[in-house]
Structures are given as structure tokens and as C-alpha cells.
Design a protein around this ligand. Structure first.
Ligand SMILES: Cc1cc2nc3c(=O)[nH]c(=O)nc-3n(C[C@H](O)[C@H](O)[C@H](O)COP(=O)(O)OP(=O)(O)OC[C@H]3O[C@@H](n4cnc5c(N)ncnc54)[C@H](O)[C@@H]3O)c2cc1C
Length: 429
């Protein structure tokens, strides 16, 4: 674990990974004047295709950091309505983000990586942060059993950095977590998502989410005439999908979402697509003396929750609020750092469970489970109280589970709801 080389550099915080969580942490720390080194093994900020939805809690984080208003308007699309439909086109339920408190009463769909690039740009302007791409974490430095820094391999060779806190923001397969000797239950789901972006003449102003017999297809409008498509496929099936050809995929999609048949014709090349695997991480702890895990390294979750990146950002903000005092007191012990985990774990655990329940119901091939799923959607459509609770959870504004035990019975149509129109009690304060 301890490298042979002498540390040549000293910093307050060393962050491994400049992804969704690490970049936000670097910016938040910089705004508090904390000296930070951020390493990322990639050669630069990501450029590939990926779906991007900024939920209201993520918008609030970016707003607090001064990044939200710097996002280029031409790369963003504000979306209020999300419709859930049965494959084939029967509407089940509609959710309106406009019910949420202003100003974050909408979802923002951006072109790939737009928010991330804006955060990285802001980080690069900060004199107290050194962001180094092409630099991989190789190990932790220890001092009397406490983490005291890290070793890395970059374009100029090996280096050692002494740091008062090391943050593992290095994703699902975190090497920092491994070096901290924190055991992890890393579960790869049997399904991932094919993501595509198409440009179309057909006006799509709202989002549509189709669920069927082991089928999920989502359409989210992006800026201009662009539309994102999300299609659940078994992991490892991308090649066979390509062999069957684009026209076969268009045929299947048209069966699921007949009103968008013309739109699917705008998928003309596989280069418009990408495959994204999905995983979940559970760990018994996120903190050690002098080291912390954030984001997917600590708690990756199924994208059904639409909150993975948002939660990595919230982790970063909570940690950035805690670290200045720890640094000032010269105490970055596990006892002090645990306050971060205590603050964050309940929300994240709830979302991980919720996402897994959604995987069970939404991805199902079992007609009975599908019947129950559709019934819950239909109850939500008629029940403003339950609908608001689900919306506030997806928006990242509610930390408790969306349904109590009785709410579940109501949602399944087993109990009546005498308070269906009373949304006041479920509104975030
Ligand atoms: C299909 C799909 C859809 C999703 N949709 C949403 C959504 O709608 N909303 C949402 O909020 N989230 C969504 N997510 C989840 C989101 O992408 C992740 O939760 C988020 O990126 C986690 O941020 P992170 O900083 O923890 O990790 P990452 O963003 O993965 O960043 C990790 C960084 O660490 C670097 N790294 C790794 N190892 C090393 C090393 N040894 N040395 C140096 N650097 C290293 C990597 O290069 C990378 O830049 C989705 C995920 C998937 C798969």
C-alpha cells in the first residue's frame, strides 16, 4: 500500500476521479479556498454519448456553485411532463414537474456532457485546484495506519502526493475503495441501456416512458430537434442487436411506441448509439482515517432512480461543507469524517432500494407483476398525493421512501385513499 517514493507534493485534499462527484467536490472546495489536487486516468473530460437529465436537486447544487446559469442555453431543454405508457401506447400516468416548488420545477435535459464540461471549466479557473488528466491512482500512502496521501502514475511518471484527506470518487470499480480495504458488493444488473440521440422533424416537447414485457423505451426531448432514446437491452446483446440491423430495431421500437415510428427512422447509423452498463455498489462504510468515498465508488445505483449522478454531486457538497472544519482542527479522523456518511447514507440507501424495486416491477416479464405495475401507475395518475411523493423522490427533494406500507396498499388498489387530494403534507419544506 505504501509506495517507496518520497512525497514531492503536499495538498489538503487529493481527489481521485474528476467525474460527476469528483469535479463538483473540487469546485466546491476551491470556492472555500481549500488546496486540492484532482487526478483522472482519462485523457480529458468525457466526450462520448450519454443521456443527461439534471433533476431539481442537481440543478440546486449547480446553482449554488454558480454553474447553472453558465450552462449554454442552446444545449439545454427544460422538460415538465413525463408520461408513462404501456408498450403499444396506452397511457398509464403523467407526472408534471411544474407541481414542484420554483425555481427547480422542471427537469433539464442537456446535450451529452454539457454540465460536466461547465463544471470542469470552472474547476480549471480555480487557483487552489490542480486538475490532472491522464493520471491514474496507484496506491495509498499510510502513516501509522492512517491514510496520508496517494501515489499516482501520470505523463511524467510516478508521483507521490501527501494529503490530509484522500477522496475516492473513482466510480463503480473504485481502486481507492480497494486500497482502503473496504469490501464492496458490486452487482452488475443483467440489463443495461442502449442510448441513442436522433434529430427529427417530429415535434417532441415532453418525455415518454414505455414499459412492457421485459421492455423499457424512453424518449426525452433535448435541445432543438434532438431526442434521446433509452432502450433496455440484456448486457452483452449489443453485437447481436447490430447484426439484426437498424431496421429490425426500428420495427421493435415502433411496436412499443407506434406514435414515434417516423422519429425512429432518424436512427440511421450505430454511431448515433452507445451502450451503458448498469451496476449497484454497497459497502459497509465510506470512511477511514484520512480517506472518504463518494458517488458510485460508495453507492452506485440502478439508473431507474435517475439520481446516481445527482447523489454523487450532493455527496460532494456535504463533504465540502465538512472538510474545512476538519482541516482547520487538524482532525480528519474516521470519527470526524463519519458525519458525512451519517448525513448521506439514509437518502442513498432509500434510492438504491427504490431503484431495485423499480427494476423488479418495470423490467418484468411476469404478467401478474406487470398487471400490478400498471395498476400502480394508474393509481398514481388519479392520486395527487402519491404522485407528488413519487415526483419529489425522483426530483431528489424527498429523502424518505415515496410510499409507506399503507401507501403501497393504496397504490395497488387494495385500500382507498381518503387523503388523495391532500398534497400539502408531502411537500418538501
Ligand atoms: C445508463 C445510465 C443512465 C444514467 N442516468 C442517470 C441520470 O439520468 N441521472 C443521474 O443522476 N445519474 C445517471 N446515471 C448515473 C451516473 O452516470 C453516475 O452515478 C455518476 O456518473 C457517478 O459519478 P462518480 O463521480 O461517482 O463516478 P464517475 O462519473 O464514473 O467518475 C469516475 C471518474 O474516475 C476516474 N477514474 C476511475 N478510476 C481511476 C483511477 N484508478 N485513477 C484515476 N481516475 C480514475 C474515471 O476516469 C472517471 O472520470 C446513469 C448511469 C447509467 C449507466
Amino acid at each position: 500500500m505504501t509506495g517507496p517514493m518520497e512525497p514531492i507534493e503536499d495538498t489538503d485534499v487529493a481527489v481521485v476521479g474528476a467525474g460527476g462527484g469528483g469535479a463538483v467536490l473540487a469546485l466546491a472546495l476551491a470556492q472555500k479556498g481549500i488546496r486540492t489536487v484532482v487526478l483522472d486516468q482519462a485523457q480529458g473530460p468525457p466526450k462520448g454519448l450519454r443521456g443527461e437529465i439534471l433533476q431539481p436537486n442537481g440543478q440546486a447544487v449547480l446553482d449554488r456553485l454558480g454553474v447553472l446559469r453558465s450552462l449554454p442555453a442552446e444545449a439545454m431543454r427544460s422538460v415538465r411532463n413525463f408520461h408513462f405508457l404501456r408498450a403499444g401506447g396506452t397511457r398509464l400516468c403523467s407526472i408534471d414537474y411544474g407541481e414542484l416548488p420554483a425555481p427547480y420545477n422542471h427537469a433539464i435535459v442537456t446535450l451529452p456532457n454539457v454540465a460536466h464540461h461547465a463544471i470542469v471549466e470552472a474547476v480549471q479557473k480555480q487557483p487552489s485546484v490542480s486538475l490532472r488528466y491522464g493520471t491514474s491512482f496507484t496506491g495509498l500512502l499510510l502513516d501509522n495506519g492512517r491514510v496520508a496521501g496517494l501515489t499516482a502514475e501520470g505523463p511524467d511518471g510516478s508521483s507521490a502526493i501527501k494529503a490530509k484527506v484522500v477522496v475516492g470518487a473513482d466510480g463503480v470499480f473504485s481502486k481507492v475503495r480497494e486500497a482502503m480495504k473496504i469490501p464492496a458488493d458490486v452487482h452488475l444488473y443483467p440489463e443495461g441501456y442502449l442510448i441513442a440521440i436522433v434529430e427529427t422533424e417530429q415535434r417532441v416537447a415532453e418525455s415518454y416512458y414505455y414499459v412492457g414485457h421485459r421492455q423499457i423505451l424512453g424518449l426525452f426531448p433535448a435541445t432543438g430537434k434532438k431526442v434521446y432514446l433509452f432502450y433496455m437491452i440484456p448486457s452483452g446483446s449489443m453485437d447481436s442487436l447490430k447484426q439484426r440491423g437498424i431496421s429490425e430495431l426500428q420495427r421493435v421500437w415502433t411496436g412499443i411506441a407506434p406514435q414515434f415510428g417516423a422519429l425512429f427512422k432518424h436512427l440511421t447509423d450505430w454511431s448515433q448509439t452507445a451502450y451503458m452498463p448498469t451496476g449497484r455498489v454497497r459497502t459497509p462504510t465510506w470512511v477511514k482515517d484520512g480517506a472518504v468515498l463518494i458517488g458510485d465508488a460508495a453507492h452506485a445505483m440502478n439508473p431507474h432512480a435517475s439520481q446516481g449522478r445527482m447523489q454523487a454531486m450532493v455527496d460532494a457538497m456535504v463533504l465540502a461543507n465538512l472538510l474545512p472544519d476538519c482541516l482547520k482542527d487538524g482532525d480528519c479522523s474516521v470519527e470526524r469524517l463519519r458525519a458525512y456518511e451519517v448525513a448521506r447514507r439514509p437518502h442513498v440507501t432509500m434510492l438504491q432500494r427504490l431503484a431495485d424495486q423499480q427494476v423488479f416491477y418495470w423490467n418484468t416479464g411476469n404478467p401478474l407483476v406487470a398487471f400490478l405495475r400498471d395498476r400502480v401507475f394508474q393509481t398514481l395518475d388519479r392520486n395527487p398525493r402519491l404522485r407528488y411523493q413519487v415526483l419529489a423522490t425522483t426530483a431528489g427533494l424527498r429523502t424518505e421512501a415515496p410510499f409507506t406500507f399503507f401507501d403501497r396498499l393504496i397504490a395497488a388498489g387494495i385500500l382507498p385513499d381518503f387523503f388523495a387530494n391532500d398534497t400539502a403534507g408531502s411537500r418538501p419544506s
